[in-house]
Design a protein around this ligand. Structure first.
Ligand code: AMP
Length: 301
């Protein structure tokens, strides 16, 4: 794969003009110190790579909020369960560098697992409480958010960014990171940007590449279910149980195996009885072997 040639050889021709690719934490620190010496603020967009327009929209936001945008590309082993897709997660660094440079990213940090976890499994990590971290994806992916929060805390420590931008696509993740920054007094502004979708409504995801043509059609059930619930809400329905049932029915489509369909408080992620503007509707389902998630906030009325 071209990506491996780029990774293994660290070939200069893989790196577009105007972009710096670094592999070590020390190089990041030096780069950030140089930007600060120039009086510039730094915006960080953490990713696992295989970039799409959703990731790039976060870069646009970072550039609005900070003088320079940096990105990390790291498929973090700590956030994958033993039966999950760590080994087959899509990777193409060369393509990612071109896309990132095209949107004005000035630094990409693409470390090895050894660089991030030199002593292997960290002895100290960041764990959310069960109430906010154990629901939704935390319920079906045990240990996932420990992996996410730990790597994001490390990235905050390495970059000391002024701003870090995350996607609403992973609402629970963004909520937990916002809470982590607040609860641990981390000096970073955490910003959450809207979901970018394909023309037919499917939320963009690096994992969409796994879908066959038939699965790609089935996958529309998730965003359609969210649209249907929104329509019910706009027509006056306020009973969360009714909306939850509609959401679950919507993702119980041919070729789709529902995992959860929830209507919850957007901050605590706890179930609600009555819904209003800002209530979070969230779904997860398997389409073939691919796990997909999506969500929407009910609009103010
Ligand atoms: P990932 O590479 O999947 O870990 O995602 C990196 C960041 O991009 C996370 O903050 C995600 O929430 C965000 N992201 C992923 N998909 C989308 C999307 N469709 N729209 C907006 N942001 C997204």
């Amino acid at each position: 794969m071209a990506a491996n040639a780029c990774i293994d050889a660290a070939a200069a021709e893989c790196v577009p003009d105007g972009l710096t690719l670094v592999r070590t934490r020390a190089e990041v620190r030096a780069w950030v110190a140089a930007r600060r010496a120039e009086g510039k603020t730094v915006g960080l967009v953490p990713t696992m790579g295989y970039l799409h327009e959703g990731h790039l929209s976060l870069v646009d936001r970072a550039r609005e909020l900070a003088d320079v945008a940096a990105m990390s590309i790291f498929v973090n082993p700590l956030q994958f369960g033993p039966t999950e897709d760590l080994d087959r997660y899509p990777r193409d660094l060369e393509r990612d560098l071109a896309l990132a440079a095209g949107r004005g990213v000035e630094l990409v940090f693409a470390p090895s697992a050894r660089e991030m976890y030199p002593e292997g499994e960290p002895r100290v990590s960041v764990v959310p409480d069960e109430e906010i971290g154990g629901r939704l994806d935390g319920g079906t992916r045990p240990g996932h958010f420990r992996g996410v929060l730990t790597v994001v805390a490390k990235l905050f420590g390495i970059f000391t960014p002024d701003v870090a931008v995350f996607g609403q696509k992973d609402w629970q993740q963004a909520t937990l990171i916002t809470r982590m920054a607040a609860d641990l007094d981390l000096p970073v502004r955490v910003e959450v940007a809207p979901i970018v979708r394909e023309a037919d409504g499917l939320a963009m995801s690096s994992r969409n590449v796994y879908l066959s043509d038939a699965e790609r059609v089935s996958a529309r059930a998730l965003s359609r279910a969210l649209e249907r619930v929104r329509a019910l809400y706009l027509a006056g329905e306020r009973d969360a149980a009714v909306l939850r049932a509609a959401l679950r029915e919507g993702i119980s489509a041919p070729g789709v195996e529902p995992e959860y369909a929830e209507v919850v408080d957007p901050r605590t992620l706890g179930a609600v009885e009555r819904v209003g503007g800002g209530t979070l509707c969230a779904v997860a389902a398997r389409v073939g072997k691919t796990r997909l998630i999506d969500n929407a906030l009910l609009p103010p009325v």
